[in-house]
Design a protein around this ligand. Structure first.
Ligand SMILES: [Zn+2]
Length: 165
C-alpha cells in the first residue's frame, strides 16, 4: 500500500486518490504506461490480432496466450449507459449521480468507463465519444468525453426543411 497521505482528497472529480490502482506490475500496466504518453493502448492477440478484453489471457480465436498491446484510435460510440447514484463519503467525491458508459471503440474493444468530467446530460446509446484520461492519484484512467454534434450548416438546415415539406 502507498504510504503517501499528503493527497488525501486528490485531484479527480469523482474518486479519492486512495482508490487509485497500483499501476506497476498490474496486468493493465501497458494501458497505464501508454496513458502517460497520451495513448490509448489496448490488448490484441499477438498471433491473430483479435481484440482481447482487458484482462483476457487466452485468445478466443486461436487459443494463443501471447498478448500484444497496441495504441488504438481513442474514439468510439456509447454501447450502453447507466447513471450511478452512490454516496461513499471519503471515497466517492462526486455529490451528484454520475454516468458509467460501456464504450465500443472503433478498434473493436469494449471498455467500461466514466466520463472525463461531470456531464450535465446523460449520454445516449450510439453517441460518439472520445476516450481521454482522468488523473486518479497519478494513475491515468480511461474516461469518455462526448463528441459534440457538428454545427448545423445552412445547407443541412435547408435540406432538412425541404425533407419535411
Ligand atoms: Zn488469436
Amino acid at each position: 500500500m502507498s504510504t503517501d497521505v499528503t493527497t488525501a482528497l486528490g485531484t479527480d472529480w469523482l474518486l479519492a486518490d486512495s482508490l487509485a490502482p497500483i499501476a506497476a506490475g498490474d496486468v493493465l500496466q501497458p494501458l497505464y504506461d501508454g496513458a502517460v504518453r497520451g495513448k490509448l493502448v489496448l490488448p490484441f492477440c499477438e498471433h491473430c490480432s483479435l481484440t482481447l478484453d482487458l484482462e483476457q489471457q487466452v485468445c478466443d480465436g486461436c487459443g494463443a496466450h501471447a498478448i500484444a498491446w497496441r495504441s488504438v484510435e481513442p474514439v468510439g460510440i456509447v454501447h450502453a449507459a447507466t447513471v450511478m447514484h452512490r454516496r461513499e463519503p471519503g471515497l466517492v467525491l462526486a455529490t451528484s449521480p454520475y454516468q458509467i458508459l460501456d464504450v465500443e471503440l472503433d478498434s473493436g474493444h469494449r471498455l467500461v468507463m466514466t466520463t472525463a468530467e461531470p456531464e450535465p446530460t446523460t449520454a445516449a446509446i450510439g453517441d460518439p465519444v472520445h476516450v481521454t484520461f482522468r488523473d486518479l492519484g497519478g494513475v491515468q484512467i480511461p474516461s469518455a468525453r462526448p463528441i459534440p454534434d457538428p454545427p448545423v450548416t445552412t445547407r443541412t438546415a435547408l435540406s432538412q426543411t425541404e425533407a419535411r415539406s
